[in-house]
Design a protein around this ligand. Sequence first.
Ligand code: MCN
Ligand code: CUM
Length: 802
Amino acid sequence: MGNIDANLDRLAALEGMGCSRKRREDPRFIQGKGTYVDDVKMPGMLFGVMVRSPYAHARVLKIDKTRALAHPGVHAVLTADDLKPLKLHWMPTLAGDVQAVLADEKVVFQNQEVAFVVADDRYVAADAAELVEVEYEELPVVIDPLKALAPDAPVIREDIRDKQTGAHGARSHPNHIFTWNVGDKDKTARVFDNADVTVRQEMLYPRVHPCPLETCGCVASFDKARGDLTVYITSQAPHVVRTVVGMLSSIPESKIRIISPDIGGGFGNKVGVYPGYVVSIVASIVLGRPVKWIESRAENLSTTAFARDYHMTGELAADSSGRIKALRVHVVADHGAFDACADPTKWPAGMFHVCTGSYDIPNAFVSVDGVYTNKFPGGVAYRCSFRVTEAVYLIERMVDVLAQKLGMDKAEIRLKNFIRKDQFPFSTPLGLDYDSGDYEPALRKVLAAVDYPALRAEQTARRADANAEWLMGIGIATFTEIVGAGPSKMCDILGVGMFDSCEIRVHPDGSAIARMGTITQGQGHQTTYAQIIASEAGIPASVITVEEGDTSTAPYGLGTYGSRSTPVAGAAVARASHKIREKARQIAAHLLEASPDDVEFDLDRFVLKGSPEQFKTIKQVAWAAYHNVPEGMEMGLEAVDYYDPPNFTFPFGAYACVLEVNRFTGETRVRRFYALDDCGTRINPMIIEGQIHGGLTEGFAVAMGQELPYDEAGNLLGGTLMDYFIPTSFETPHWETDFTVTPSPHHPIGAKGVAESPHVGSIPCFTSAMVDAFAHLGVTHMNMPHNAYRVWQQSRSLGLAR
Ligand code: MCN
Ligand code: CUM
């Protein structure tokens, strides 16, 4: 008994995987002691402010900087003409397109970067920006992506008007970016032709924005004497920024240091390289002084990486029993005026082809047309797993629509079509190989938890009551996520494969530092990576420092997005830990004067097999590593691992939502939201729950209120927080969470990513519940956002409200 207690004490002291260790980063943050980019102050630092276009599409006839330059405190006003000799007026995007750094002869979206004013402080720069006189000639505007390919549509990108092929194949129109087809078109068509039942539904996933608390920004500092460039930057991928800056500037990467300090939320908004970064660097090189640029909220909401804007049409074919036979999808994807989608996969619609979802659908065909419009660029951001949000929304909506047509229950149709546990690994008709899953128990657990039959009975009673003011909607979503970009044969950024890395150094006293190629923006990496090392190498998490974000110290890595940190870098941590453990075992054997084969790892020590009283702790081994190692072994105890995963990981979940909808006002109340997630091996249950709460809250925001609409002239309506919905604790529902554990078979510790799942899964669940409130009246779909005004309109159109 005593032994077991002692072992439990040793286990607890490690704070390894499975332990809800408190977040190590929070004491700093809650005391206001974080260091964000805007906290960085350098001697002689200047400030840059952008001059932006008021028009969505216009020729730039003339830029007069005279008055701005004469303003006291102004050091420079940069325009495209100044960048031209440096060949920096255009830059490559992550999607194989080019983007104007500063407008070159024309502007193609409202708030596009036109000039950059550098001055002693931000106020002076802002005043001087007003003095830059730009003469525009307005051009006709294309806002609706469905009209972008019309023969007479205005040409947005005159720079590539005659380019017949883009980064993803043939282009059919000057506003056309790509057509991406996946699946078997003819076979799918035949199944549709012969199906018992087919359904078709158009839906819009509106343009939204992740709106992180901290906007984008940087401090660029070029040291002329040393020829070194240092950039503090809000980046989710600092090494990638270094490589891009190296390519653009021809400064060797060894002379570039990119530092992502604390980041106040990224959510995919901080993956790309933005004009503000580039011009700050140029300004610093030109002026020889550090230059800071920080976006305003409005600039962030109207120029840097939005999300979605997917106009989707889905079709399902099924037999009369509800067995799905085929899926067909067409998408018009609005990428804005430059294709700057932060999508590192080789597919132009990212992982959209996960849209067969959790279901065994034998035939599928998907076609996506990417188009240019006069809106700001982006598309991949906001807990999206590279278009999985859109894919899951589509299939979950379609399955609901089919159930309605067949008069089937929406839980039943899902249970009928799930991929079964014994079918994994499962190859989908669109070419993905799901690693593991166990969908049915997950949904059954949720149905039991919310007492689904009772909810349906209550709803039936409510529907029967003609005077009921509150309608009741029940939503279900059972989703399959795809995270962990990625196998480098499928994912790269500008040619760099998407491995990730970890370097661990164990110091003589047994404490350690782990340096990572990823960068936390709030996900708690400093806490959780240490837990993996604790479990896998026996070093207590409390003495492990985790460092990220400085390219001069961290091993090259591709950064944090697409919930890839756990599936990719987490695997590198485990494997580096195993290397440490193996070397330590050899040293322990040497100290125990035993053969390494007779020595085994046990939690925090190395034990002589058969005599557990004879052991060396990892702490003792660490000390020995610096003075007493076996003959011929290098001193020191460190390891590095670069991990290129063999496949993605496929987390999944089952969600249920109960919504109360006021038929007179359109007001809604989330009565219950139950989220069951399966992310394989769980490293820190508390952090997972926090991530899920965050993702659900953002899902609620998107489903219920967020959108970035435009008027016909290309003016962004709602690009400030006066209009853009950010839920506070007041609006946010109460979340109930649950889990199952289905490890990934190919990940060294069986872990899958989790951070985006709640966002991906909750949004269709909200819509499912919203539509369900009106389903008995024949409604099959309602577009987001489900704000009170729009819901009231729906209610009124059905005669339920005045
Ligand atoms: N985790 C775990 N066990 C697992 C999986 C994850 O304990 N099986 C823990 C990890 O150790 C990590 C956290 O959960 O501390 C998230 O891990 P993971 O799912 O691997 O996702 P990433 O760390 O790669 O985070 C990226 C993801 C993305 S793409 C967006 S968008 C998003 C999100 O994280 N942006 C965020 N969550 C965010 N949370 C905060 N606070 N801020 C953001 O900007
Ligand atoms: Cu798609 S948002 Mo996250 O990948 O940073």
